[in-house]
Ligand binder design. Structure first.
Ligand code: SF4
Ligand code: ZN
Length: 315
């Protein structure tokens, strides 16, 4: 197998693009793809201030690294969920990347702020761990953006994440989520940061190859709570389809975005209210986060530790 660009030995075949590339050309292919996504979907404006939600995994760390390589000044934010044997290690990887690209990262320690890790909090509020985690992460990320003066939250969702979420929303006709699903969610000044997903056309396999070929040190283990998640089943099924018909996942997602744009399907406009405790957008008087935390007597301030790159190197 030869590289389609330089005819040297290829290290990866890209069947969706009917191509194969060597390491060097694959790295520029992928970075170029991210740049094209950003420009093509107008994800970033010149005066945007970017905060990347990093988990220590291959996608978010690569994204943070790529954005800075492409010339964007993007800082990081990490939520330490207090998961034994997982959170400390992933934070270490995040700090390593911070040192490598010389960008600071804001760290939110769930246990310090709320006295418990995510497993205990989810039990207390009677939700599954992932549902509690998702709600808390969305809230804290938004708070980090607003409190620290950023207007864009960047996440590392890749093609497989987005396609499997879309499939799940279709299977159960989760209308509200279907129309909300996009590559960009609008900001509401003072209340919500804009959210963008520049990796949504890059597959999981491509991101893993990019991270390895670029020497990015990431946490290989999945979060222990992801075992048995439906999204993993959907990914497996989509991969089987992709094997038979390369390019299907891309078509699925791109077609969906085109479709929603053409029909101008907007989520039904409700009169937007804001939480009277914290200002987060909500349909009621209090946002989900404040309501649940108050109901279950979980309190604590929202504060962030700022890790200035170089601390690891200096210690
Ligand atoms: Fe949170 Fe679940 Fe993801 Fe783990 S798998 S990080 S608990 S959402
Ligand atoms: Zn609130």
């Amino acid at each position: 197998m030869k590289c389609k660009v330089c005819r040297q030995d290829a290290v990866i075949s890209l069947r969706a693009y009917n191509s194969a590339l060597c390491a060097r050309d694959f790295i520029s292919f992928l970075e170029n793809r991210v740049l094209k996504t950003i420009n093509g979907y107008r994800l970033i404006d010149s005066n945007d201030r970017l905060l990347v939600a990093v988990s220590g995994g291959k996608d978010s760390l690569s994204l943070w690294y790529i954005l800075n390589r492409l010339g964007y000044h993007a800082d990081g934010m990490y939520i330490h969920l207090g998961i034994e044997g997982y959170s400390d290690l992933s934070l270490e990887k995040v700090k390593k990347m911070s040192d490598m690209i010389k960008r600071p990262v804001y760290i939110f320690h769930l246990k310090d702020a709320m006295g418990k890790g995510i497993d205990m909090i989810s039990k207390k509020i009677k939700r599954t761990t992932c549902s509690a985690c998702g709600m808390i992460k969305r809230y804290i990320m938004n708070r980090a953006c607003l409190d620290k003066g950023y207007n864009v939250m960047v996440t590392g969702h890749n093609l497989d994440d987005e396609a499997s979420a879309l499939l799940g929303n279709f299977l159960y006709w989760k209308e509200e989520y279907l129309w909300k699903k996009g590559v960009e969610l609008k900001e509401e000044e003072g209340h919500l940061s804009k959210k963008i997903k520049p990796l949504f056309l890059c597959s999981e396999r491509e991101m893993a190859a990019y991270a390895i070929l670029s020497g990015i040190d990431y946490i290989h283990d999945e979060c222990p709570f992801s075992v048995g998640a439906k999204s993993l089943l959907y990914k497996e099924i989509l991969n089987r389809i992709e094997d038979e018909s390369p390019g299907t996942k891309l078509q699925f997602l791109k077609g969906y975005l085109k479709f929603t744009r053409r029909l101008k399907l907007e989520k039904t406009q409700r009169e937007m209210k804001y939480c009277n405790l914290c200002g987060y957008p909500t349909a009621g008087e209090k946002c989900n986060f404040c309501r649940i935390m108050e109901k279950h007597g979980i309190s604590g301030g929202i504060g962030f530790e700022e890790y200035k790159y170089g601390d690891l190197l200096n210690s």
